[in-house]
Design a protein around this ligand. Structure first.
Ligand code: SAM
Length: 289
């Protein structure tokens, strides 16, 4: 077929041919705009010899463009009804592997070993199911997979939170969690009209470049993230109040005051003003082996 899957007419034909009905519970909003897809792939920075991992290929709109622009595509799709459709729409491409699995349960590291050549640069590119955006991204980041970047279409509000800087409205523990592993940037806002069916929320494309090393040295990662969460606990409260509540029974206000003095952080500040560096200092001084 010489028309891309991601055109409104071809998508309509494919859906009709298979009598496919969207499952809202699986976050099925398919892209019907080839230009948006090309932009996403450009922002992903994929080279022709690179590998691509897609989560949720749907009927293959993005998968097809990835097949054209990369060496190999491995796509995880949970909905079994889409398998025969994908076989049909992607029949012209011999470099696509569809895996019928829930991405949250998949052993992605093992799949990478099996499906890509060693040393191949690998990029995650996806129009994610919005109901599990954060769990999917946190799984991929925390598993410390050998991937170069992730470029994902997600709910705009979540993209803004993941890429936010200190002192902005969207800045919170999710910003720190994501930016601990990656350099995060919102690269594109996307109108609802490019989806079929149209979602209720606004969308954006987030580009995450994997870091080789975390930007800060922390003694204990779990403790660091605990402190970050505690600090953002009640946004309108001061750093001191949030810490005192969290460390009740362990550190009293006097002890906290002296630790904060040592690292030169004013206890009257709010969590949203602390940089990653300051969070690291705070966690490291409060940490007890
Ligand atoms: N990539 C297609 C596109 O852009 O047109 C479809 C994107 S749609 C927003 C999300 C896709 O993810 C759907 O095909 C849905 O069935 C699939 N999906 C939902 N939950 C999933 C999961 N846990 N694991 C893998 N795929 C999932």
């Amino acid at each position: 077929n010489n028309r891309a899957v991601a055109t409104p007419t071809r998508t309509k034909e494919i859906l009709a041919k298979y009598g496919f009905s969207f499952k809202k519970s699986l976050g099925q909003n398919f892209l019907v705009d080839v230009n948006i897809l090309k932009n996403i792939i450009e922002h992903a920075g994929i080279q022709k010899e690179a590998g691509a991992i897609e989560i949720g290929p749907g009927i293959g709109a993005l998968t097809e463009q990835l097949a054209i622009h990369s060496d190999k595509v491995v796509a995880f799709e949970i909905d079994q009804r889409l398998l025969p459709i994908l076989e049909d729409t992607l029949q012209d491409y011999d470099n696509v592997e569809v895996i019928n699995q829930d991405i949250l349960k998949a052993d992605v590291e093992e799949v990478i070993k099996e499906q890509f050549t060693s040393g191949q640069s690998i990029h995650v590119v996806a129009n994610l199911p919005y109901y599990i955006t954060t769990p999917i991204l946190m799984k991929l980041l925390m598993d410390r997979l050998p991937i170069s970047s992730l470029t994902v279409m997600i709910q705009k509000e979540v993209a803004d939170r993941m890429a936010a800087s200190p002192n902005s409205k969207s800045y919170g523990s999710l910003s720190i969690a994501v930016q601990y592993y990656t350099e995060a940037q919102v690269v594109m806002n996307v109108p609802k009209t490019v989806f079929q069916p149209q979602p209720n929320v606004d969308s954006a494309v987030l580009h995450l470049k994997m870091r080789n090393q975390p930007p800060v040295d922390v003694k204990d990662e779990d403790f660091f993230f605990d402190v970050v969460k505690a600090t953002f606990g009640q946004r309108r409260k001061t750093l001191m109040n949030n810490l005192a509540r969290h460390f009740k029974g362990q550190y009293d206000k006097e002890a906290l005051q002296s630790y904060l003095d040592q690292i030169e952080i004013d206890p009257r500040r709010r969590g949203e003003s602390l940089s990653m560096d300051e969070f690291a200092k705070l966690a490291n001084i409060l940490y007890q082996e």
